[in-house]
Design a protein around this ligand. Structure first.
Ligand SMILES: [Zn+2]
Length: 114
């Protein structure tokens, strides 16, 4: 099959999305097999990625929860809070989680210095 080179959204490396290794690992098209396995994005339900829209680059946070219920509650609360006016408040601190990784965007858009 033809090679399909994608850049991993987690670690930034380029990988072949049509490789057997990637097909076996599963996960999303923009996740390399290694990240799919190490983050458990294909098989585990305890990880969630949330994205903010500040700046030119999205900020992606990968969070690990103690339980599926906590993961669901967090994502629901996050979606409620980030949907309108991009507010990031209310309820998120009530849920216990571990931040696994964060790729923070640059909020200082348009090149202005602060
Ligand atoms: Zn990766």
């Amino acid at each position: 099959m033809r090679e399909l080179i994608k850049e991993c959204k987690h670690c930034g490396i380029e990988f072949n999305a049509n490789s057997r290794y990637k097909k076996k690992a599963g996960g999303y098209i923009n996740e390399c097999p290694d990240c799919t396995i190490s983050l458990g994005t294909e098989s585990s339900v305890r990880y969630r990625g949330v994205t903010t829209g500040d700046g030119k680059m999205a900020c992606t946070q990968i969070l690990k929860f103690d339980s599926e219920a906590d993961a669901q509650a967090y994502v629901q609360t996050w979606n409620n809070n980030s949907g309108f006016n991009n507010r990031r408040s209310g309820g998120l601190n009530d849920i216990k989680f571990t931040k696994v990784g964060e790729n923070a965007g640059n909020s200082n858009h348009k090149g202005k210095s602060t």
